[in-house]
Design a protein around this ligand. Structure first.
Ligand code: HEM
Length: 355
């Protein structure tokens, strides 16, 4: 598609598909022409807290919300989470290690980011199980569970207003820019956004890295010998098997991309997964090469909406995979494993990964 029809309209849905690196980069970053706010679904979903979160907002409102949120979610605060994440990784791997085999997703890559987010938000340990259930519901788009989660966050936020702590919700309540705070709906929306944007994506980054090692066993042996190769391995995994494959935008005016005119008010799908395999940008793009440099992948997006959680995702992946390399140096995907892809245009991963 990238060569033959780099920009194409799907006649059945009216959706414009964008495939090349250059066009995807432009679609994601040119917010004046490609809006994240307009063209959102009407009805119940439009009223949901998520639709008022910053990922569905354009500047200048987006900048105001993002500046507020960045006060509470700084790279320094993320770095401070490292010791706690190491303990969680240790506990999860310890439990799984005993059997000699495990479902890498169910027992490790899935619970880790959910527990980390719960701890960042200061969810009481007694609410953990319900939190996990609702978190699944939010990610799968189940409206009942999502409403329960929104109600839970509303109550928690009200409690925190009277009893501020060190957690992210308390930080978001007190954060302000030019005297302005996030309102209750925006606070709930942000908490929900963290679950949707941060959990399944990080799970898939971990599992997709194991799958990439299966494609290139020499790369696995090399990083076991020299763990200093891990950071570039993670970047290559983000490029080669991008956890987020595509993002929506909506044109605000007529736009030309690769010689195609996309009319105003059209929905557009920017294919990050395709851009990250574009030979015009990456030599040997179909090869998993952890030594690739430079590696300017678009896995975390581009421009004003660049992933807020990228430092956390990288930290979690580094700590989780460091422990895997140390403790499971002979890790292999089970020979009889049936790898069922997740059915989604947006995320890329498998449902279970026996190792
Ligand atoms: C935005 C990918 C992990 C929070 C984004 C975007 C991408 C992305 C592509 C851009 C969306 C757009 O342009 O419309 C990923 C990937 C992850 C990951 C691949 C893991 C490997 C996380 C984590 C968190 C997080 C761990 C938080 C805990 C967010 C938020 C935004 C965002 C809040 C919206 C930023 C904005 O609108 O300004 N992410 N993400 N992400 N991500 Fe991530």
């Amino acid at each position: 598609m990238r060569h033959a029809s780099p920009v194409v309209r799907d006649p059945s849905t009216g959706l414009w598909m964008v495939f090349s690196y250059e066009d995807v980069q432009r679609t994601l970053s040119d917010w004046k022409r490609f809006s994240s706010q307009q063209g959102r679904p009407r009805g119940e979903q439009a009223q949901s807290p998520l639709s008022s979160s910053m990922i569905s907002t354009d500047p200048p409102r987006h900048r105001q919300i993002r500046t507020l949120v960045e006060q509470a979610f700084t790279p320094r605060q993320v770095r401070a989470l490292a010791p706690r994440i190491e303990v969680l990784v240790d506990e999860l791997l310890g439990a799984a290690e005993k059997h000699g085999q495990m479902d890498f997703i169910q027992e490790f890559a899935y619970p880790l980011p959910v527990i980390v987010i719960a701890e960042i938000l200061g969810i009481p340990a007694t609410d953990r199980d319900a939190f996990k259930r609702w978190s699944d519901a939010v990610v799968t788009g189940d409206p009942h569970g999502s409403r329960e989660m929104a109600a839970y966050f509303s109550t928690l936020i009200e409690q925190r207003r009277h009893d501020l702590g060190e957690d992210l919700i308390s930080g978001l309540i007190t954060a302000q820019v030019e005297g302005e705070h996030l309102d209750a709906q925006e606070l709930v929306g942000f908490c929900m956004l963290l679950l949707v944007a941060g959990n399944e994506t990080t799970t898939n980054l971990l599992a997709n890295t194991v799958l990439s090692w299966q494609d290139a066993p020499a790369a696995y042996d090399a990083v076991v010998q020299d763990p200093a190769l891990l950071p570039t391995t993670i970047e290559e995994s983000l490029r080669y098997r991008s956890p987020v494959q595509s993002m929506y935008r909506f044109t605000t005016e007529d736009v030309e991309l690769s010689g195609q005119r996309i009319p105003a008010n059209s929905p557009v799908l920017a294919w990050i997964g395709s851009a990250n395999r574009d030979e015009a940008q990456f030599a040997q793009a179909q090869t998993f090469d952890p030594a690739r440099t430079p590696n300017r992948h678009l896995a975390f997006g581009n421009g004003v909406h660049f992933c807020l959680g990228a430092p956390l995702a990288r930290l979690e992946a580094t700590l989780a995979l460091t422990a895997v390399l140390e403790r499971l140096p002979n890790l292999r995907v089970a020979p009889n494993a049936v790898l069922t892809p997740i059915q989604s245009q947006i995320v890329s991963g498998v449902k279970a990964l026996p190792v």
